[in-house]
Design a protein around this ligand. Sequence first.
Ligand code: F6P
Length: 364
Amino acid sequence: MTRRIGLTTGGGDCPGLNAAIRAVVLRAAARGMEVLGIEDGLLGLLAGTGAGVRLLRPDDVEPILNRGGTILGTTNRGNPLAFPMADGSVVDRGDEIVARARELDLECIVMAGGDGTQSIGLELAARGLAVIGLPKTIDNDLSHTEATFGFATAVGVAVEALDRLRTTAESHERVMILEVMGRGAGWIALEAGIAGGAHVVLLPEIPYDPDVVADAIRRRRRAPRPFALVVVAEGAHPPGEAPPRHAWPGTHGSTALGGAGMRCAELLAQRVADCEIRVTVLGHTQRGGTPVPFDRLLATRLGTEAADAAYERDHGVLMAWVPPDVRRIPLDPTIRTPRLVDPASQVVRHAEALGICLGRIPPA
Ligand code: F6P
């Protein structure tokens, strides 16, 4: 009988998921295994959800290397361990997942996802399901891996936005605020801010002092072309204030994060006279579209190694990017701890050494 593995993409989508799907399927086929794609996260294994499973053949996946999104669909509202039922109750359907995977003769399930998906995988593994993790998220906040696919593309989108904002900011001598994704981790803001030449970068990890930011803007206003570029992560906030939220429901917590850029604009307008401020919210443009070459390469290498791990029955592992190699790291509870920007790290010091204001007086 042909050996069979499952493959799912969970949580928020990101560029590179299809490249990873392609690599898993091509490599599995080369080793004589077939891959059953599970739709919409793990919903495809749960009865009554409308999602299902389908065989993925090499010909199906050959053309999807550069396509954004995920051909399997995904959800970040379908945690089988706390599954929201139509009547409003929340039910643990983890055992159903394990049983259905057995019925389908899946030796293991390769799960592409961030910390949420990997934590679900860990719990399902404890109940007897063999899992292999693939690290994806634009936030780049998964522990044990130097990079997750999706991140490089998101940074590229944010840098392009900064390049565009720069020219109009310069023409009008304005303060342009760009709000980027990053609820708890400020990697997109930090790397895009440095690469895009921002003057101020505000991260969730460093609560910002509005007076320090206002001083930085006033200093910029003495420059020959007195414009300023400010990058604000959606989770950035002053000390003692929670990050702003929309009024409508979100995936993470009771309401969706949003408004950090506007909040920063308000605080600056109260402090800096005669200053024209405009706010751009980049939102899901960071998650959509074509993956950049690095994300395609990373997703392809991680996916190839995941298929090899499946072939060798090396289960309970996360594929991690530890340059220059992909390593198999044991999947354990430390995966639940996000990888945040360390305010004392070299990259933060470099940013401040360049004169970028991070909303604090740089440590001596
Ligand atoms: O986790 C990735 C991420 O893009 C976050 O940066 C962002 O806060 C969140 O997803 C948005 O989720 P949703 O697509 O459910 O609004």
